[in-house]
Design a protein around this ligand. Structure first.
Ligand code: ADP
Ligand code: ASP
Ligand code: MG
Length: 592
C-alpha cells in the first residue's frame, strides 16, 4: 500500500475547525487506499508565544530548556489531531519525536537528524491507524528533547517520507504553492507549477520561508518528490522535483532575508590563516555566515565582512571580539539594519548579463548595494533594511517573474521527473547520520583571471555602471564580489575567462579613470577551487574546513562565495593543484 506523508503548518492547525479540516484531508487520503502519516506544527503562533515567554524570564535561556519548552507546542497539536480523527470515526495514534525514534545530535535548537526508526510507525499503520507525528522535534542519545530549528516541521516531514520510502510528501500551508517570491511582500508574484531541488534550496536559504531549507536537502538527497499546496483550497500547488519549471528561464525566483546583520573586521593581517581564526570562532558557536566578502589585501591588510541572521548578532559579536584580539586586527563595525536580496535560477550558470540587469534595476531606483556576492545559480546583494521590500519588488519586476515562462519542462521531449527518484542510493547507505554532509565533487578551474576595481565610490549605480560596461563588451563575468565600503569607497572584484584579460583590463582601466579611482589590480590567472555537494551551507563548518586545509599548505584565499550547491574560493593561479590535493584530503570522509 502506498504511504503518504502530509504535513500541516501552524496556520493550518490554528484552531479546532482547522484541525478537523486537516483530519478530514488525512482520512480522505486513507480512504483512497493509502497509509497516512501526518506531521503537524504547533498551533498558530504558539512557538512565537513560547519564545516570548521564555524571554520574559531569561535574556538568553539555556538552549536545552528552550527545546523542552518549544517541543510542547507540537505535542499539543498531535494529541488534538488524534482526537479529531477519533471524533470522525477513524483510528489514529499520536507520537512525539522521541516515541517515533527521531534521533538527533545534541545541538539544541538547531539539532540535526541522525536516524529515524520506522518500526513503530509501520506497525501502527498496519493496524489501520493514521499516524500523527510531532514535527520539529527529536531526541539525543541522552534522551534530551531537541528541536530542529524554526520551521523545522518541514524537515521532519520530508525526513520521515525518506525513511518510510513514502510515495509522496505533501506540505499543506497557508499559500497554495511556491511563488516566484513571497506573495505577502510582492502581490504580483506568480505560483510556479514546478521547481527544482537546487533552486528551491537556494531560495529557501535566501529567505523563502515557505520551506525549511534542510527539508529540501533531504528531498534532494533521498529523491523525495515534495508537493506544496494549500490547506484551505484544492488547487494544484507546486511540485519540488529534480527538474526546473522551464529549461529556458534564467531566473526562477527572488527572496530576501529581512533581518540580517553585517559585521566588518578592519585591517586583518593579509596572511594565510587570518580569516581562518575568525571563521573558526564563528563556526564554534554554530552560527551560519551568509554573505562573506574578503578583499584582496591592500598593503598587507584586508577587511573581512560577513552577514549573519540578526538574532545571531550578539553571539557572533562575542566570537568576533575574541578573534579581533587574537589577530591584532584594528577594529570591527556592525550594522543590524540590513537585508539580503537574492535572485536564483539554474539558467544563470549558462546565460550572462543577469547580475548587470539586477544591479541596473536597483540603481534606477537609487538603491545602494552595500555588498555583492554571487554563486553559480544565485546573486545576492546587501541593502539597507528600510529599502528591502522595495528592492525585492524591483528585482522581481526586472526579471518579469510575474509572467508565465514560455516553455515548461516536460514539453517537447524533456525528461519528465519521475514520481519517485532514487536519490544517491548506495552512497547514502554509507552515511552515519541522515543529515551528514555529502561532498559530490571537488573541482579546480584554472581558466579564469581576476580584476579588482579599487576604491570605487560607495554610491548607488556603481555596480550597474561597471558591469554594464564589462557585459556590453561581451565579457562573461563569473564570480562578483563587492566589499563593504570603507571611507566612502568599495572594492569590486570579478573573475572572467583568462583569454579575455587584455580586453577586460582595457575596460577596467577606462572605468577606473572615469570613476576617479586608482588603477585596477589583477591576476592574469586565478585558480577557482570548489567543494560541491549537499549541505554546503547548513553545515557551517565547510567554509572553515576549506580555509583550514588551504592555510595548512600555505595558500591564501582571495575571494570566497558560499551557496547551497558549492563553496568556491579563489586562490593564486599557481596554487591550484596544491589546493585541490589539500581539499581532497580534507573532505575524503564526506566524498560519495
Ligand atoms: P507553515 O506554518 O505552514 O509552515 P510558513 O509561514 O512557514 O507556513 O510558510 C508559508 C509562508 O511563506 C507564506 O505565507 C508566505 O508568506 C511565505 N513565503 C515566503 N516566500 C515564499 C514563496 N517564494 N512562495 C510562497 N510563500 C512564500
Ligand atoms: N513550530 C515550529 C516553528 O514555529 C516548527 C514549525 O512550525 O515548522 O518554528
Ligand atoms: Mg513553515
Amino acid at each position: 500500500m502506498a504511504i503518504i506523508v502530509q504535513k500541516f503548518g501552524g496556520t493550518s492547525v490554528a484552531d479546532s475547525n482547522k484541525i478537523l479540516a486537516a483530519a478530514r484531508k488525512a482520512i480522505r487520503a486513507q480512504k483512497e487506499g493509502n497509509q497516512v502519516v501526518m506531521v503537524v506544527s504547533a498551533m498558530g503562533k504558539n512557538t512565537d508565544m513560547l519564545i516570548d515567554l521564555a524571554g520574559q524570564i531569561h535574556q538568553e535561556p539555556p538552549a536545552r530548556e528552550m527545546d523542552m519548552l518549544l517541543s510542547t507546542g507540537e505535542q499539543v497539536t498531535v494529541a488534538l489531531m488524534a482526537m479529531a480523527i477519533h471524533s470522525l470515526g477513524h483510528q489514529a495514534i499520536s507520537l512525539t519525536g522521541a516515541q517515533i525514534g527521531i534521533k538527533t545530535d545534541s545541538s539544541h535548537t538547531k539539532a540535526r537528524i541522525l536516524s529515524i526508526s520506522t518500526d513503530r510507525i509501520r506497525a501502527a499503520l498496519d493496524q489501520g491507524n493514521i499516524v500523527i507525528a510531532a514535527g520539529f522535534q527529536g531526541i539525543d542519545e541522552s534522551f534530551n528533547i531537541t528541536t530542529l530549528g524554526r520551521g523545522g516541521s518541514d524537515t521532519t516531514a520530508v525526513a520521515l517520507a525518506a525513511a518510510l520510502k513514502a510515495d509522496s510528501c505533501e506540505i499543506y500551508t497557508d499559500v497554495d504553492g511556491i511563488y516566484t517570491t513571497d506573495p505577502r511582500i510582492v502581490p504580483e508574484a506568480r505560483r510556479v507549477t514546478q521547481i527544482s531541488y537546487d533552486e528551491m534550496l537556494e531560495l529557501a536559504s535566501a529567505g523563502a520561508g515557505v520551506m525549511h531549507n534542510r527539508s529540501i536537502e533531504f528531498a534532494k538527497k533521498f529523491g523525495v518528490p515534495v508537493h506544496v499546496r494549500s490547506s484551505f483550497t484544492d488547487t494544484q500547488g507546486t511540485m519540488i522535483t529534480a527538474l526546473p519549471e522551464s529549461q529556458d528561464q534564467v531566473v526562477c525566483g527572488a527572496a530576501m532575508v529581512r533581518d540580517e546583520a553585517r559585521i566588518t573586521v578592519v585591517d586583518v593581517p593579509d596572511r594565510p590563516g587570518a580569516a581562518l581564526t575568525l571563521f573558526s570562532k564563528i563556526a564554534e558557536k554554530n552560527i551560519a555566515m551568509d554573505m562573506i566578502v574578503q578583499n584582496p589585501g591592500d598593503a598587507g591588510q584586508a577587511n573581512i565582512s560577513f552577514t549573519v541572521f540578526r538574532n545571531d548578532l550578539p553571539t557572533a559579536m562575542r566570537a568576533v571580539e575574541e578573534a579581533t584580539e587574537e589577530l591584532g586586527a584594528k577594529a570591527f563595525s556592525y550594522d543590524e539594519n540590513v537585508s539580503v536580496i537574492s535572485v536564483v535560477g539554474l539558467g544563470m550558470a549558462t546565460k550572462f548579463g543577469v547580475a548587470e540587469k539586477m544591479f541596473r534595476a536597483l540603481a534606477s531606483e537609487n538603491i545602494n548595494l552595500l555588498m555583492i556576492t554571487t554563486s553559480p545559480i544565485k546573486i545576492s546583494v546587501l541593502v539597507s533594511r528600510d529599502e528591502s521590500s522595495e528592492a525585492l519588488r524591483i528585482v522581481h519586476e526586472a526579471f518579469g517573474l510575474e509572467k508565465e515562462p514560455e516553455r515548461i519542462s516536460g514539453e517537447k521531449g524533456d525528461k519528465k521527473p519521475s514520481a519517485k527518484t532514487s536519490g544517491n542510493g548506495d552512497a547514502l547507505a554509507r552515511l552515519q547520520g541522515m543529515e551528514d554532509l555529502i561532498v559530490e565533487a571537488i573541482k579546480l578551474d584554472e581558466s579564469e583571471a581576476r580584476i579588482t576595481l579599487l576604491e570605487v565610490p560607495d554610491q548607488p549605480g556603481m555596480a550597474a555602471e561597471v558591469f554594464e560596461e564589462i557585459t556590453n563588451a561581451g565579457i562573461v563575468v563569473d564570480m562578483i564580489v563587492q566589499s563593504f565600503g570603507h571611507d566612502g569607497a568599495t572594492n569590486m572584484g570579478f573573475t572572467f575567462p583568462k583569454e579575455d584579460l587584455d580586453k577586460t583590463l582595457e575596460h577596467a582601466r577606462k572605468l577606473s579613470e572615469r570613476l576617479g579611482c586608482p588603477p585596477p589590480s589583477h591576476s592574469p590567472q586565478v585558480a577557482l577551487l570548489a567543494v560541491a555537494g549537499i549541505g554546503m551551507r547548513s553545515h557551517t563548518e565547510v567554509a572553515r574546513r576549506m580555509f583550514q586545509s588551504l592555510t595548512q599548505v600555505g595558500i591564501n584565499v582571495q575571494m570566497i562565495n558560499t551557496s547551497e550547491m558549492q563553496v568556491t574560493v579563489v586562490v593564486d593561479g599557481s596554487q591550484g593543484e596544491k589546493g585541490l590535493a589539500a581539499l581532497k584530503e580534507e573532505f575524503a570522509d564526506a566524498m560519495v
